[in-house]
Ligand binder design. Structure first.
Ligand code: PHE
Length: 453
């Protein structure tokens, strides 16, 4: 009860959508989506992603926001409040942001480094094939940029200016979108880029596999901040008069739109500047950092445009990592009843303790390669391809068979009609749980080498 009284609410409907979108739009859209799309067959990945977004993504986001708004609690308490046996699910969901935050800040450090590269006019160096790999394999520099990034986030939180950053990013976000469009158009006008546009937009069904679906699903959760308790917390702050279905559609549209544009900015450029070979497309986490400097180098005023672009990416990354850090702090405060200062200090130590090895995983610690993956890829895999699908599956069981879809539908209908409630029920009860188990089983077998798809 105590918590209910203290909990503030978003002052207006757009405020909720913007805040949720601010958390949702980040490196997931700009950095992660394009490299996965490039790696997993382009058009087929895009198609699978879009289908999942309007089915699974939609249903899960409605569910999570409704759970939060109904109980006025964050994930830790929300499941427990509705059914004691499912308290563990809240805790399980809370593990995910702990896995993501440290490596998210490592990438934040890469963005910061690239901003300095552009500001100091070293674009030509950055445009070479060796630059990025050479940079991240150094023992010191990437760790230092990671630490600066983490401290930057912390200072913002400590000064209590997150609100200011959120506001600034609301202004910057539209500029980022416009710039993405401009860079995409430029990239597409380069010789050879049209093959990339085709690769990105035309699905090649022979590339379809369980791993494509799992990769798209993990990306969907990551990008929309689902299956990790975050949308439940956002929902707990949402006023009862906002239309749930509409808000969710707006967030989805915004988030997916930006991811789509980021893909259009990067994939055709890979074809134009690196030839679009299997190797060039399969670069993984380094794709954005390898490709974009080449684009900027060949552009008029590319140095300035690149510097502004990386500054905007930095803002998008910061708003997301601040919301991740805030989540960790509030989990510790809620669960362990720690004070805010103590929780902040422990979170900081934790992020550094895990983030430093992740950064070194590309250099001195590269011999640590669980299942043949770099440490960053490994953490990314555990959170996105294992934990999130499990949390999502259990959430479907919880809603479908324990509290029943009606509970969510009622919450969604407090203000206005829930137009697709039948569709929602079918997804939550049958389609999502069955597909999630199948996808998870297939891909784990694939990683363990039991099957090859
Ligand atoms: N959704 C964010 C992104 O796309 C990542 C994130 C996850 C941010 C969870 C906040 C909370 O980058």
């Amino acid at each position: 009860m105590e918590e209910q009284k203290q909990r503030g609410t978003f002052t207006n409907k757009l405020g909720f959508v913007l805040a949720a979108a601010g958390s949702a739009v980040g490196l997931g859209n700009l950095w992660r989506f394009p490299y996965l799309a490039a790696k997993y067959g382009g058009g087929i990945f895009l198609l699978v992603y879009l289908i999942l977004a309007v089915t699974f993504g939609f249903a899960l986001m409605i569910t999570e926001i409704a759970l939060g708004r109904k109980t006025h609690l964050s994930a830790v308490g929300a499941y427990k409040a509705l059914d004691k046996r499912f308290g563990f699910l809240g805790s399980l969901a809370c593990v995910v942001p702990f896995i993501i935050t440290p490596y998210y800040c490592v990438i934040g450090g890469w963005v910061l480094k690239y901003l300095t590269v552009f500001v100091t006019n070293h674009v030509a160096d950055a445009a070479t094939d060796e630059f990025f790999g050479g940079y991240i394999s150094q023992p010191m520099a990437p760790v230092i940029f990671f630490l600066i990034y983490v401290i930057l986030g912390l200072v913002i939180v400590m000064l209590g200016v997150e609100g200011g950053i959120e506001k600034a990013s609301r202004l910057m976000m539209p500029i980022l979108v416009v710039m993405t469009v401009i860079i995409a158009v430029f990239g597409m006008s380069q010789p050879g880029a049209m093959d990339g546009v085709k690769y990105y937009l035309m699905p090649d069904f022979s590339r379809f596999s369980a791993t494509t679906v799992l990769a798209a699903l993990g990306q969907l959760f990551y990008s929309m901040s689902l299956a990790m308790g975050i949308m439940i917390t956002y929902g707990s702050y949402m006023k009862k008069d906002a239309h749930l279905e509409k808000s969710v559609r707006q967030i989805e549209l915004f988030d997916t739109g930006i991811a789509f544009m980021a893909g259009l900015m990067i994939i055709p450029a890979v074809f134009a500047f690196s030839g679009g070979s299997e190797e060039a497309l399969g670069k993984g986490p380094s794709l954005m950092f390898v490709t974009l400097p080449k684009v900027f180098e060949s552009m008029k005023f590319g140095t300035v445009i690149g510097a502004i672009f990386f500054l905007l990416v930095l803002f998008a990354a910061l708003t997301s990592s601040i919301s991740l850090t805030e989540t960790l702090v509030s989990i510790l405060c809620d669960k362990l009843k720690w004070g805010r200062k103590k929780a902040c200090a422990i979170v900081l130590l934790f992020v550094i303790a895990v983030g430093v090895p992740v950064s070194l995983g590309f250099g001195p610690l590269s011999f640590v390669a669980p299942f043949g993956m770099s440490l960053l890829d490994f953490f990314d895999f555990i959170s996105n391809s294992v934990m999130m699908p499990i949390v999502a599956f259990l959430t479907c069981i919880f809603v479908g068979y324990v509290i029943k879809p009606k509970a969510i539908i009622e919450e969604a209908e407090i203000n206005g009609k829930f137009k697709v409630k039948k569709f929602y029920t079918i997804i939550i009860k049958y389609i999502a749980p069955v597909c999630l188990v199948a996808i998870l089983a297939f891909s784990i077998m694939e990683v363990l080498g039991i099957i090859t798809v």
